[in-house]
Design a protein around this ligand. Sequence first.
Ligand code: GLV
Ligand code: MN
Ligand code: MN
Length: 412
Amino acid sequence: MSFDRLWADLAPVGRSADSGGYHRYTWAGADTDARAWFTEAAAARGLDLRTDRNGNLWAWWGTPGPGAVATGSHLDSVPDGGAFDGPLGVASALAAVDELRERGFTPARPLVLGVFVEEEGGRFGVPCLGSRLTTGEIGPARARALTDASGVTWERAMADAGLDPEGVGPDPELLSRLDVFVELHVEQGRALEDTGHPVGVAGAIWPHGRWRMDFTGRADHAGTTRLEDRNDPMLPFAHTILAARALAEQHGARATVAKSLITPNGTNAIPSLVSAWLDARAADQATLSAVVEGVREVAERTAREHGVAHTMAAESTTPLVEFSHDLRDRLAAVVGARAAESAGPVPILPTGAGHDAGVLSAHVPTAMLYVRNPTGVSHSPQEWARPEDSHAGVLALADVLQDLLAVPGGVS
Ligand code: GLV
Ligand code: MN
Ligand code: MN
């Protein structure tokens, strides 16, 4: 299957020799190389490649225009991320085109393969930035001003990549061309492993978001400053991390503090500033709000107790996504036609992970396929899908696309 060659060509791009994890950050070295890989693969297939105003890539099979069936995913990674999160959907989309052509299938409408920029928010902090810009979920002025860890703005980085940042913004014309979007993605849990199914279908995405917290204290000497004289921001920060965990347990939610910046980060100096990011997710909005407000309350109270200033602001929020039931059931029926009868119905899975498909779902009928991940691990070098399951994913995606492309328009 052509998937294997595509996958082998992409595998070294941005992979750390030490960890085996991936470092692909938007508009920078390895991400640029991965985009070049996609561009070449699209050209080799005679697809018409276009870069939209926000830097997302679109490779068209058929004349670009309304009524299109869209599929794809992203190529950027979290720091030291896995090989599959994003790229599996892109490589599978290309391989699905090959599969459909080998079948001799002629689409009744255009198919377009999309690659969204900055899905992970790994460089500029806001996840699904490419799809948020396209849909208008984030405004162009805010996006242009987002900075990476070195202070480089989205505007600067985009210009350095040879694109025009002035054009950034909502893209209703592009959206109006998309009749349906299907994203194939590696599963980010172990729900499929204990079933006979290599491929499942998405049900919902939990509401989630990222909040930046700044604890501003006073730098001083670690050896000479009496404990009662300190304004040490590490102390409320530590309380806040533990509170996030306790609140998540109490509410059956997820809350994580995985990124922090300590200034000036010296062993023998009390810090002047701790910046930290809360990632919180829950099955419903009320639970999510309860967790986030609980964290805010502990951060504020413990900051006050230690004479530390505290601010907390949302950097991105994503509401509950309930994928279209008609489309979801249609995909499940198509995928189920290949499944062993003994395996039972194709699993419909909820997830706590965010996706461009989730952002698009408010504007375009959208669905997702998940490919089994035996480790259940994601955002880590241990993320995995067996080769035979990746192949099953390509066939499932090809079947779904064939079903959708067989008629000139409409998704039901
Ligand atoms: C994206 O992968 C996210 O949910 O963080
Ligand atoms: Mn991810
Ligand atoms: Mn992803």
